[in-house]
Design a protein around this ligand. Structure first.
Ligand code: 5GP
Length: 184
């Protein structure tokens, strides 16, 4: 029998590079929403670290509110199931609001395109999408990303909020994960 395990392979994006890019994204968002109310909707759990760093860099002139949604995700596998279930919905009504959807990573695009459609149905005044990482190679559904941190190759990554079977969210840099098969 072959037992699969995961290990960190190499660092892809350093803590310094993450922090500096998050500041740049926050400046763009601040410029677009100066003196406006903005509801940032972060997708649990992967986007939490990104949201926290991003919001601390936003200009005080942005009237920022935050809320969270959770969808079913990869679980212990590194492959997307394509199956989506809302496991936690918003607490606030976003009708007439400026909404910023904050997501950790866009891969096939299935998650974000579903969430964008869902939020559009709630009639926000505007809806923008902010993702930390973009893996363009595996795109199946088109998504318009308004603020993007980094474009990365098609590799499974962890750290800075992103996990692999619940592990490694607490790393402050982003690492590529290697799958290892061992004879058990
Ligand atoms: P999509 O629906 O675009 O294929 O996938 C989006 C979701 O898949 C992300 O929110 C994230 O939860 C997960 N995902 C995609 N690629 C990776 C990856 O490289 N690492 C981790 N940890 N999650 C990923």
């Amino acid at each position: 029998m072959i037992r699969l395990s995961f290990e960190l392979d190499r660092m892809l994006i350093s803590e310094e590079a993450l922090q500096s890019r998050v500041k740049e994204l926050a400046s763009q968002i601040s410029a677009d929403f100066t003196n406006k109310k903005l509801v940032a909707v972060a997708i649990l759990k992967g986007a939490v670290v990104f949201l926290v760093d991003l919001m601390r860099c936003l200009d005080p002139s942005v009237e920022l509110h935050i809320d969270f949604m959770a969808v079913s995700s990869y679980g212990a596998s590194t492959q997307s199931s394509g199956i989506l279930k809302i496991t936690k919905d918003l607490d606030v009504d976003v009708k007439g609001e400026n909404v910023l959807l904050v997501e950790d990573i866009v891969d096939t695009g299935l998650t974000l395109s579903y969430l964008v459609r869902l939020l559009q149905e709630r009639e926000p005044s505007s809806l923008k999408v902010c993702v930390l990482l973009d893996k363009p190679d595996r795109r199946e559904a088109e998504v318009q990303v308004d603020y993007c941190g980094f474009s990365i190759p098609n590799e499974f990554v962890v750290g800075y909020g992103l996990d692999c079977a619940g592990m490694w969210r607490n790393l402050s840099s982003i690492y590529v994960v290697k799958e290892r098969g061992e004879l058990a």
